[in-house]
Write a protein that binds this ligand. Structure first.
Ligand code: NAP
Length: 463
C-alpha cells in the first residue's frame, strides 16, 4: 500500500511519501533506545509538564489538524474537530492523574509478614520503546490514547500509522517535538505493514500495541509471541444495540443513528446490529429507518454533511460485498443499499438499514465498516442476549432498558468489554476500553491502560 494522502471525497492523490529505508529505521531505533535511557529517569512532574504543553499546542492546532484528518480519511470536519478536542482532554487527564495511577502499592505489613518481609511494595516502572501500529479511522485519538499514558509512564513511542494518514502521523511526531520532549521520545516510522515484523523483532523494541483488523492483530501478536514481547490488541467489533420494551423509543432511535453512522460508520465501537424486542420492533424500525434515510451524505468539509465518504475505495467495495450478499440471500433494504446517485466522485455509500438477516449471510458474522445497520427481531431477553453474543467479536455493547433486573442480567451475560445503558458506547480517559473474543485483549485508558506498558516490580525487604 503506498504511503499517501488520497482524498476520499474526490479520489485525488494529494501527496505521496517515500517509506523510510532500513538505515532510516535504524537511526530511529537508536534514537528511541537512547531517549528511553534518559527519559525513564524523569519525574512525573517533568513528564506532566511536557504532556500539558503538547495538549496546549494541539488545542491551538485543532482546526488545522482537523482539516488534515478530513482530507486524509474523510470524517466530517465537525467530527475531526471533536476528535482533536478529545485528545487534548485525554492528555491533560493523564498529565494530572498518572502519578496517582502509578503510585507505589503498599500492602499492609501484616498481609505480607508470612513471606518473611518487614515490608514490601509494588513499583510501576516503564518498559522501554513501544511500537504502536495504528489505524486511520481515528487518526489522532488512537495514537494519543496510547501515547499519553505510555509517555507518562516513562516509556517512549514508535508510531507506525496507517499508510493513508501520513500527514497526521508526521504531525504527531512534530507535536511532541515542539512540546519539548527529548529527541527520540516519540517518533513516526513511515513504513508499510511488511516492515512491522522487522521492527518488532528488534531487541530494542520491548512491546507493541495494535489497533486495527483481526488479520493485522494476529500477525503482530504472533511475531510478538515468538519474541516473547507483551502486546495489547484493539481489534474489530460488531457491537449489539438492544432495544427492549421499557426503552424510550424516540431517544433510542435518535441515539441508534448516531451510534451507527459516527465517523461515517467506520468506528470499531459503532453499534452495528440492532436487536429489537418484538413488542417494539415496528415502532423502533420505523423511527430508526426514517432518521437514517434523512441523513445528508456529501462533502465532509461542509458543515451540513452528516455522513462523508468511506476512507478508501477498497473499504467501500468490502461493504458493498457484504450488503449485496445479504440482499442476494433474502435480506431487505429498508433504506439505502447503494451508492448515492448524486455523488459520482469519491467513495460514498448511502446510510442503509437491512432487515430479514439470517445466520448464513456474511453480514451476520462480519464487521460492517460503513453506514450499514442490520435489524434483528427477538421474542424476549434470552433471545436478545443469544443474538447479541452470536458473533466472533466482543468489543462493547449497548442496551436500552429501564428495567433494573434486565440491566443486571445484561451486565452478567453480554460478552463484551463494555455494557452501555440508555446511551451509546464512547471511550473516556477515566474508563478502561478494550474487548474480549476476537476484539482483542488488554485495555487502554484509565489506570488499566497506563499499567499495560509497565513493569509491576515487587520490592521486598527482609526483617
Ligand atoms: P488494518 O488494515 O488492520 O490496519 C491497521 C494498522 O495495521 C495499519 O497501520 C496497517 O498498516 C497495519 N497493518 C495491516 N496489516 C498488518 C500486518 N499484517 N502486520 C502489521 N501491521 C499491519 O485496519 P484498518 O482497516 O486500518 O482499520 C479498521 C479496523 O480497525 C477495523 O476492524 C476496526 O474495527 C479496527 N479498530 C479497532 C479499534 C479498537 O479500539 N478496538 C479502534 C479503531 C479501529 P497499513 O495501513 O500500512 O496497511
Amino acid at each position: 500500500m503506498p504511503i499517501a494522502t488520497v482524498n476520499p471525497a474526490t479520489g485525488e492523490t494529494v501527496k505521496t511519501f517515500e517509506a523510510h529505508n532500513d538505515g532510516e529505521i535504524e537511526e530511529r531505533l537508536i534514537l528511541a533506545d537512547a531517549a528511553f535511557a534518559r527519559y525513564r529517569t524523569t519525574s512525573f512532574e517533568e513528564r506532566a509538564a511536557l504532556l500539558r504543553r503538547a495538549a496546549d499546542l494541539l488545542e491551538a492546532d485543532g482546526d488545522a489538524i482537523a482539516r488534515t484528518m478530513t482530507t486524509e480519511m474523510g470524517k466530517t470536519l465537525a467530527a475531526a474537530r471533536a476528535e482533536a478536542a478529545k485528545c487534548v482532554k485525554a492528555m491533560r487527564w493523564y498529565a494530572e492523574h498518572a502519578a496517582e495511577l502509578l503510585a507505589d502499592e503498599r500492602p499492609e505489613p501484616a498481609d505480607v509478614a508470612d513471606s518473611g518481609a518487614r515490608s514490601a511494595y509494588v513499583r510501576y516502572r516503564p518498559l522501554g520503546p513501544v511500537l504502536a501500529v495504528m489505524p486511520w479511522n481515528f487518526p489522532l485519538w488512537q495514537v494519543v490514547r496510547f501515547a499519553a499514558p505510555a509517555l507518562m509512564a516513562g516509556n517512549v513511542g514508535l508510531l507506525k500509522h496507517a499508510s493513508n494518514v501520513p500527514q497526521t502521523a508526521l504531525y504527531l511526531e512534530d507535536l511532541f517535538r515542539r512540546a519539548g520532549y527529548p529527541e527520540g521520545c516519540f517518533q513516526t516510522l513511515l513504513i508499510g505493514s511488511r516492515a512491522v515484523e522487522g521492527v518488532l523483532r528488534d531487541p530494542r523494541v520491548v512491546a507493541a500495541t495494535l489497533t486495527g483488523s483481526e488479520p493485522a492483530g494476529r500477525s503482530v501478536a504472533s511475531t510478538a509471541g515468538d519474541e516473547v514481547k507483551h502486546t495489547v490488541l484493539e481489534l474489530g467489533g460488531s457491537d449489539p444495540f438492544l432495544v427492549l420494551p421499557s426503552a424510550d423509543l424516540d431517544a433510542a432511535a435518535g441515539t441508534a443513528v448516531t451510534a451507527r453512522v459516527q465517523n461515517n460508520g467506520q468506528s470499531c465501537i459503532a453499534a452495528k446490529r440492532f436487536i429489537v424486542h418484538t413488542d417494539v420492533y415496528e415502532a423502533f424500525a420505523e423511527r430508526f429507518t426514517e432518521r437514517m434515510a434523512a441523513l445528508t451524505v456529501g462533502d465532509p468539509m461542509d458543515e451540513k454533511t452528516d455522513v462523508g465518504p468511506l476512507a478508501s475505495e477498497a473499504g467501500r467495495s468490502d461493504l458493498e460485498e457484504l450488503v449485496d450478499d445479504a440482499l442476494h440471500r433474502g435480506a431487505r433494504a429498508l433504506c439505502g443499499g447503494r451508492r448515492p446517485p448524486h455523488l459520482s466522485e469519491g467513495w460514498f455509500y448511502e446510510p442503509t438499514v437491512l432487515s430479514g438477516i439470517t445466520r448464513e449471510m456474511r453480514i451476520h458474522q462480519e464487521e460492517t465498516f460503513g453506514p450499514v445497520a442490520t435489524l434483528h427481531r427477538v421474542a424476549d431477553l434470552d433471545e436478545a442476549i443469544a443474538v447479541a453474543n452470536d458473533t466472533p467479536f466482543g468489543l462493547s455493547s449497548n442496551a436500552w432498558t429501564n428495567d433494573s433486573a434486565e440491566q443486571e442480567r445484561l451486565v452478567r451475560d453480554l460478552q463484551a468489554g463494555g455494557v452501555f445503558f440508555n446511551g451509546m458506547t464512547a471511550s473516556h480517559p477515566a474508563l478502561p476500553f478494550g474487548g474480549v473474543k476476537r476484539s482483542g485483549y488488554g485495555r487502554e485508558l484509565a489506570g488499566h491502560g497506563i499499567r499495560e506498558f509497565c513493569n509491576a516490580t515487587t520490592v521486598w525487604f527482609g526483617k
